[in-house]
Design a protein around this ligand. Structure first.
Ligand code: HEC
Length: 143
């Protein structure tokens, strides 16, 4: 390869790299939607409360999902992490036994228990969208 061509291909490689980085950054920014700015809606949380009362409350109390331990375990992670844990392991006597929408509703209820504000739209049940919702520490909680 003549030196000039080599230099050009190097320039293209650098360009391609920085373009890749720029689009990765855009994706990361999109990934950062916080539970502090309305990640579920009130109707969904109400539906989730019904599911919780009917199923989860057989073995759990609500405070377990909003206390300091809960915050320590989940703040900083994504809604997808918690959704997947619940979906694949709960209810313990029937893991995966609910519809994805029901799991999403329970998660919305859990967010409400933590004092996260409701918003316009429901928490999505799709993996890719849940990955974009970040669980931030609830206001006033100590890390
Ligand atoms: C038949 C009993 C039973 C039912 C029903 C049940 N769970 Fe559980 N769950 C358990 C047990 C036992 C554990 C493990 C010990 C613990 O952490 O309490 C657990 C653990 C969990 C954990 C992990 C806690 C942590 O911090 O690691 C979550 C989250 C959870 N359950 C959510 C739910 C939700 C939401 C429902 C309703 C959809 C549900 N569970 C229904 C028994 C149950």
């Amino acid at each position: 390869m003549p030196p000039r061509a080599r230099c050009l291909s190097f320039a293209f490689a650098v360009l391609a790299l920085s373009a890749g980085r720029a689009s990765a950054q855009t994706a990361d920014t999109a990934a950062q939607r916080s539970v502090l700015s309305g990640a579920y809606n009130a109707a969904q949380a109400k539906a989730g409360e019904a599911v919780f009362t009917r199923i989860c409350a057989q073995c759990h109390v609500t405070v377990q999902f909003s206390d300091a331990n809960f915050q320590r375990a989940w703040a900083g992670r994504t809604a997808r992490d918690l959704f997947e844990l619940i979906r694949t392991q709960m209810p313990q006597d029937n893991p995966g036994g609910l519809r994805r929408e029901e799991y999403a509703a329970v998660l919305a209820y859990i967010f409400q228990l933590n004092g996260y504000p409701p918003g316009e739209s429901a928490l999505p049940a799709a993996d890719a969208a849940l990955r974009h919702v970040r669980i931030d520490p609830k206001p006033g909680s100590t890390p």
